[in-house]
Design a protein around this ligand. Structure first.
Ligand SMILES: NC(=O)c1ccc[n+]([C@@H]2O[C@H](COP(=O)([O-])OP(=O)(O)OC[C@H]3O[C@@H](n4cnc5c(N)ncnc54)[C@H](OP(=O)(O)O)[C@@H]3O)[C@@H](O)[C@H]2O)c1
Length: 373
């Protein structure tokens, strides 16, 4: 029996107990310490044993569950998205890398099936999401430790629940923690059709903030623009339009943004900086263009702009689990009020994971791939 390396990585943090069943026709190292399962062995998981191109290195395998310990929770996973961080983790380019082999997926929602005798916070039927990155959500069932999970209301839409723990949290924190914004103030962002971008648009609108949303041009730009405006975007402009000298007139009717949110880097972030108000802040949280952020000397000297970064994993390390739960409940309130919807999604059955992995890195798809278990 082959023991999944993530088991040890996760166990070190008291997270995940998982071992793999042998895959036929393949040499597998012997497990020395894998406890035999007392439960169903029909569990399937997306596993990678090497870093590389996700469609090539990720495989669907049968896994066996360990018994549920006193402080463990047996979870049936319901849905889990494919996020850029999942892709980067598999490629080996992320700030946090599990030992291999590992189960893919950092985010998702599951339903509690059974709990150990000392578990107090959760009961069968509850919905749970990962407390931190690295849990391995791309599997049909798993046994996790209680502290590795957070319970959420089960009366929100499945797609919202599956995508709640990363992007809306990032959007909310970036809007709250860097500039003291008041209703009527404006925020500019790029990659506005990303999962984070759609959450920024909606949360900003709920806070009374005005947004300028930059996207890459595409043949169906009007459809995308209409969709983002329906979410609450005040303006949607293309990268090319943002570079035009006429943009100067734009600020006659709108306050210059005090906050810019940069998901892209390269030229796109240089343009955001040009439009930032004096002493404003640009927060970089993604690097989709894989290009560095460049700020002109004159912007730094004459406008005294601030360049900052945000990483949700670091925010969680710096704050208590109760703070994170509070954040989740704030976002669930917005969902209940109809002010925060899931990003545009494509639901993909787990067995079609290759399609989801490929679609998640294609440009101009504008749809979050969600694996349905
Ligand atoms: N720091 C944090 O804590 C944190 C938290 C969450 C997410 N993130 C990061 O935020 C980014 C977005 O995540 P997500 O889940 O929202 O992504 P997503 O929903 O998959 O969307 C990806 C976005 O990136 C754009 N994009 C892709 N390649 C690009 C390029 N070469 N130049 C410009 N834009 C490009 C896409 O635009 P098109 O439609 O034009 O292709 C789309 O808007 C990722 O880098 C992710 O790792 C960071």
């Amino acid at each position: 029996m082959w023991v999944c390396g993530s088991r040890y990585w996760a166990r070190a943090r008291g997270l995940l107990r998982l071992c793999l069943l042998p895959a036929s026709g393949r040499h597998e190292p012997k497990a020395s310490s894998c406890s035999s399962s007392t439960q169903s062995s029909r569990v399937r998981a997306l596993i990678y044993a090497h870093h590389g191109d996700p469609p090539k290195v990720v495989e669907l395998k049968n896994v066996d569950l360990a018994a549920v310990g006193r402080s463990d929770v047996h979870v049936k996973m319901l849905a889990a998205p494919v996020n850029p961080s999942d892709i980067n983790m598999i490629q080996g380019n992320y700030g946090l890398l599990p030992k291999l082999p590992a189960v893919g997926g950092n985010e998702g929602v599951g339903q509690v099936i059974a709990v150990g005798s000392s578990v107090t916070r959760m009961k069968p039927g509850d919905w749970v999401i990962p407390a931190n990155a690295g849990l391995g959500t791309w599997q049909t069932e798993a046994v996790f430790s209680e502290e590795s999970l957070i319970e959420i209301p089960s009366d929100i839409p499945l797609q919202s629940a599956a995508t709640l723990g990363v992007n809306p949290c990032t959007a909310y924190r970036m809007l709250m923690d860097f500039e003291q914004l008041r209703p009527g103030d404006s925020v500019i962002q790029n990659a506005s059709n990303s999962g984070v971008g759609q959450a920024v648009i909606q949360i900003a609108a709920a806070l009374g903030l005005r947004t300028i949303n930059v996207v890459r041009d595409r043949p169906d730009i009007q459809r995308l623009s209409d969709r983002l405006k329906n979410l609450g975007a005040e303006h949607v402009v293309t990268e090319e339009e943002l570079r035009k000298p006429e943009m100067k007139n734009f600020w006659k009717n709108m306050p210059q943004p005090q906050l810019a949110l940069n998901c892209v880097g390269g030229k796109s972030s240089t343009e955001l900086l040009r439009h930032l108000a004096p002493r404003g802040t640009m927060v970089t949280y993604g690097g989709m263009a894989k290009q560095p952020v460049t700020a002109s000397v004159s912007l730094l000297i004459f406008k005294d702009i601030k360049l900052r970064g945000f990483w949700l994993s670091q925010w969680k390390k710096d704050h208590s689990p109760d703070h994170f739960k509070e954040l989740i409940l704030t976002l669930c309130d917005l969902i209940h009020q109809g002010r925060l919807m899931a990003p545009a999604c494509s639901e993909v059955p787990l067995q079609d994971y290759q399609h989801a992995l490929e679609a998640s890195v294609k440009p101009f798809v504008s749809s979050k791939q969600i694996l349905i278990m």
